[in-house]
Design a protein around this ligand. Structure first.
Ligand SMILES: O=c1ccn([C@@H]2O[C@H](COP(=O)(O)O)[C@@H](O)[C@H]2O)c(=O)[nH]1
Length: 293
């Protein structure tokens, strides 16, 4: 376990997301704890299926994360399912997490065109907004160019984006590994475009602020399909470790040389299953941080 005065929110006014994420990973390791209050876990923790249950669940997870990890990823769907009351909890939890120094990646997978995309980006990336996060997951399947308003908002607000590229689920391959006439995959085009968005912005020693979602379960497909994950110092958010079956070894093998500098590993159910006892939860977090190296 690490114990230090690190805060991912320090100097947000000056430092872009990539720099703050790089510092968080150096100080606290590469584990991102997923805040996924799914129905079964609320039951298992003896919590009610309502906003009060959500609030208590999140308070316990945030307490376990304190001084241990640098990044959390709330899964927005599990808050949306409780309507306005759930979104109120999400807003409070994100603000509380950021106040405590954690970086927050809102997993909302937003994607649209023009002013609508700009609306989503403002909602999630403006630090003055109700749902202010440090970074947002976005879908490029309306064309990477449709994300331009989000790229602009990320730069303006010193926030980050994680663009879906090679998602952890097996069904993603039929779309993401489809090829054009030159044999370049959809995921390859997305990786090239995201890397290019970083080139001008990222200082050589920092991570960029525009990253990709590449599953822990699918990372090895990048190498076998000619997808370059190393360009542009992209942060790579890797869900799929733990409950979806990928091990730390799979991650190291799958990401190869990119692993040590670029990969942030999400675990949700794999950590949460250790609760609700605080000691078991913190032990699971410490173990994952150590395993992921
Ligand atoms: O490709 C993706 C993109 C996002 N996710 C999300 O990550 C977590 C994974 O949860 P686990 O319990 O650790 O499996 C969840 O919120 C997914 O919606 C993903 O799994 N794969």
């Amino acid at each position: 376990m690490t114990s230090d005065a690190f805060s991912g929110q320090q100097r947000r006014a000056e430092l872009p997301f990539g720099a703050r994420l790089g510092a968080a990973m150096q100080a606290r390791g590469r584990l991102c704890v997923g805040l996924d209050p799914h129905p079964q876990i609320l039951n298992e923790w003896g919590l009610t299926q309502d906003a009060a249950g959500l609030r208590e669940f999140c308070a316990r997870v945030l307490e376990a994360c304190a001084d241990r990890v640098g990044v959390i990823k709330p899964q927005v769907a599990f808050f949306e399912r409780f309507g306005v009351a759930g979104l109120q909890v999400l807003s409070e939890v994100q603000a509380q997490a950021r106040e405590s120094g954690l970086l927050v990646i809102a997993d909302a997978k937003r994607g649209d065109i023009g002013s609508t995309m700009a609306g989503y980006a403002e909602a999630w990336l403006n630090p003055a907004g109700d749902f202010a996060a440090d970074a947002l997951t976005v879908s490029p399947y309306l064309g990477f160019g449709s994300l331009q308003p989000a790229l602009d908002a990320a730069q303006e607000h010193r926030a980050g984006l994680f663009v879906l590229a090679l998602t952890s689920n097996p069904e993603g391959r039929e779309v993401q590994l489809a090829t054009d006439a030159q044999g370049v995959t959809v995921a390859g085009h997305i990786a090239t475009a995201a890397a290019a968005a970083n080139i001008s912005a990222a200082a050589a020693e920092d991570l960029g602020s525009i990253g990709l979602v590449v599953g822990a379960t699918t990372a090895e497909l990048a190498g076998s399909h000619g997808i370059d994950l190393s360009a542009g110092a992209m942060p790579l958010l890797a869900p799929g470790y733990g409950a979806q079956g990928a091990s730390a070894e799979d991650l190291r093998r799958g990401f190869g040389a990119c692993y040590s500098r670029q990969v942030l590993v999400n675990s949700s159910r794999g950590i949460l299953a250790a609760g609700p006892r605080p000691e078991s939860l913190t032990r699971a977090i410490d173990q994952a941080v150590e395993d992921l190296g």
